[in-house]
Design a protein around this ligand. Structure first.
Ligand SMILES: C[S@@+](CC[C@H](N)C(=O)[O-])C[C@H]1O[C@@H](n2cnc3c(N)ncnc32)[C@H](O)[C@@H]1O
Length: 195
């Protein structure tokens, strides 16, 4: 298991004025550990995977940085330049770029990860952007998290994969209930493209 490197995280937060949220790392976040575990299981099962593993909204790489695939196979995208710079130092075995939905184009994508991201982005925008990704790339799996019990929380959207992805994708795995902030809870869901 990789080191979490709390010292460097703290330094980056101070130096680059990153959101304090980034102090929690892989081992502090059950959902991140769970996501990594199920994707690594998928990779192990499929053996020879074709295409890339891409995480949009990757933060400091607490998910993509722990996926068992070579550097040329996995990529984290985040809107913040300083975040991707810091993530690259923490995880030299992973590629990181400044970017978002619009930067996934003409690729074969084995797995598209969007975890702890969609709950603050307008769902109509999300739907439009993800539709474009699915039309312009060959995407086999999509992994996202759906929230429940958000009424009294600052989460704005629960995010329903069925609505976002449409009929071409079906849920093939749903995690146990995992605690989210402020008393809400989340499930990690794997969607697979229907052939
Ligand atoms: C709550 S953090 C989650 C990070 C990571 N997925 C995790 O769970 O550890 C959300 C991250 O998404 C990035 N972000 C927010 N909106 C984005 C967007 N539209 N496209 C790409 N990244 C975005 C933020 O900069 C932040 O680093």
């Amino acid at each position: 298991m990789k080191r979490q490197n709390r010292f460097l995280r703290k330094l980056f937060i101070k130096l680059f004025r990153l959101d304090e949220w980034h102090y929690s790392g892989h081992r502090d976040k059950e959902y991140a550990q769970y996501t990594v575990k199920i994707i690594n299981n998928l990779i192990e099962r499929d053996k020879k995977i074709s295409g890339h593993i891409i995480e949009i909204g990757c933060g400091l790489g607490d998910i993509i940085g722990y996926i068992k695939a070579g550097r040329n196979k996995k990529m984290g995208l985040d809107l913040e330049q300083k975040v991707v710079y810091a993530a690259g130092i923490l995880h030299p075995d992973t590629q990181f770029r400044k970017g978002s939905f619009g930067n996934v184009r003409n690729q074969e994508v084995y797995c598209l990860i969007m975890i702890n991201l969609l709950h603050f982005i307008d769902p109509d925008y999300t739907k439009r952007e993800i539709k474009k990704i699915l039309e312009n790339n060959k995407v086999e799996y999509v992994v996202l998290d759906e929230l429940r019990g958000t009424e009294k929380t600052s989460y704005r959207y629960e995010c329903h994969g069925d609505e976002i992805l449409g009929e071409q994708y079906i849920a093939c795995y749903q995690s146990k209930r995992i605690n989210a902030a402020q008393g809400a809870n989340r499930h990690i869901i794997i969607y697979k493209k229907v052939n």
